[in-house]
Design a protein around this ligand. Structure first.
Ligand code: SF4
Ligand code: SF4
Ligand code: SF4
Length: 360
């Protein structure tokens, strides 16, 4: 039996993790220079917008209303569409082939297997109730953005200074971590060791959305019952507790398209990811190439079309940071340079801030 999916998937996950870390590092440098009141020499990496799913949803609504990509977080919307496309093609493949959180969850699930030798699974009824929580969260966000936000409020939000620096705020969320956030992260990590894929399975609204879109995907795990020996090795291998051995097509919204069941099957040509009627079986290499083509190719095309970088100037960033208290004026290295880097509104804001501080 050849373990094909596991190896290629790991390479794919590591590649995307390295890309994410690189983007994170470049963005950290960019934000650190700006917070000193200085204009950075390097450009902001647009890929960081992958971590702004709320901004992506507001951009999507903005696109539906105005038929233009929002100029503040354009790549956020495009990355969101790339991710949805992966689910439309091959289930929640994004989760097991690309997402760094999914990768971390998989590593933690290995730790779970080491600690709980006999395995530990939640009672199916409780599991079902808990799984519905991520759909409630998704419904909440969709309702809040697509139903309650009127076009005027949407526009105000998109062009607000808060939205402009949403990515820098997110970065600060981790770099200036509060005790509450730290405790929450530790809690989630611990829970992911005790209950495999705790965050992904029960809480992630993104995963919920991909699960729903994945119901439409033509590529699914399929079983040839004529050669299946009912050994149930596929059931034991599935991280999503799907009973693969009893279905000919895995339609579940939980399927990650990870291929673990396919790898575990001892019978040749019995379990595979394909179109209906065994047509076009997807090899692991084909899925890996699909992922790279969608994200690398998609970003290349978006760059060529001028839709990748946002239209926010560095001066506008400085003003928005000032407005959102992301610059400590007392720690600015050179006040003259800072003032000269600000636009009119920024200068006004700075003056008000200094007057307020002097009064205090
Ligand atoms: S469920 Fe969410 S966090 Fe988990 S792998 Fe999928 S997108 Fe990433
Ligand atoms: S059914 Fe197979 S491909 Fe889908 S999650 Fe389970 S092991 Fe992975
Ligand atoms: S591992 Fe293969 S042979 Fe065994 S039950 Fe699953 S599909 Fe059938």
């Amino acid at each position: 039996m050849q373990k094909k999916y596991v190896g290629l998937r790991l390479i794919c996950q590591v590649l995307f993790l390295i890309t994410t870390l690189f983007i994170g590092y470049k963005f950290y440098q960019f934000a650190a220079v700006l917070s000193q009141g200085v204009i950075p020499i390097t450009q902001r990496p647009p890929g960081v917008e992958a971590f702004l799913p709320i901004a992506a949803l507001t951009s999507l609504k903005y696109f539906f209303i105005n038929y233009v990509v929002d100029p503040i977080h354009p790549s956020g919307l495009l990355i969101f569409l790339f991710i949805v496309l992966t689910a439309f093609l091959v289930k929640k493949s994004f989760c097991s082939w690309v997402c760094p959180i999914g990768f971390l969850s998989e590593i933690l699930s290995k730790l779970h297997s080491k600690l709980f030798k006999k395995g530990f699974r939640i009672y199916p009824g409780i599991d079902f109730v808990l799984r519905s929580f991520k759909y409630f969260l998704l419904a909440f966000f969709l309702f809040a953005i697509f139903y309650t936000m009127n076009p005027m409020v949407l526009k105000q939000f998109i062009f607000s200074s808060y939205n402009i620096v949403a990515d820098i705020k997110m970065l600060k969320f981790f770099t200036d971590i509060s005790v509450t956030v730290l405790v929450s992260i530790v809690f989630l990590v611990m829970m992911s060791i005790i209950i495999r894929y705790f965050w992904c399975r029960y809480l992630c609204p993104y995963g919920a959305l991909l699960g729903i879109v994945g119901l439409l995907s033509p590529f699914k795990v399929r079983r040839d019952f004529s050669t299946c020996t009912a050994c149930k090795k596929c059931d034991r291998a599935c991280p999503c507790s799907i009973i693969v051995s009893e279905k000919n097509t895995i339609a579940s919204d939980e399927c990650f398209a990870c291929g673990k069941c396919v790898d575990a099957c001892p019978e040749a040509d019995t379990l595979f990811i394909s179109l209906p009627k065994k047509k076009l079986k997807l090899s692991p290499l084909a899925i890996a190439c699909m992922m790279v083509a969608i994200f690398a190719g998609g970003s290349f095309l978006a760059r060529s079309a001028g839709l990748w970088h946002n239209g926010v100037t560095n001066q506008a960033y400085l003003t928005a940071m000032l407005e959102n208290n992301l610059i400590d004026v007392n720690k600015v290295a050179n006040m003259d340079t800072f003032v000269s880097n600000l636009d009119k509104r920024g200068k006004r804001l700075l003056m008000m801030k200094l007057i307020r501080e002097r009064k205090e």
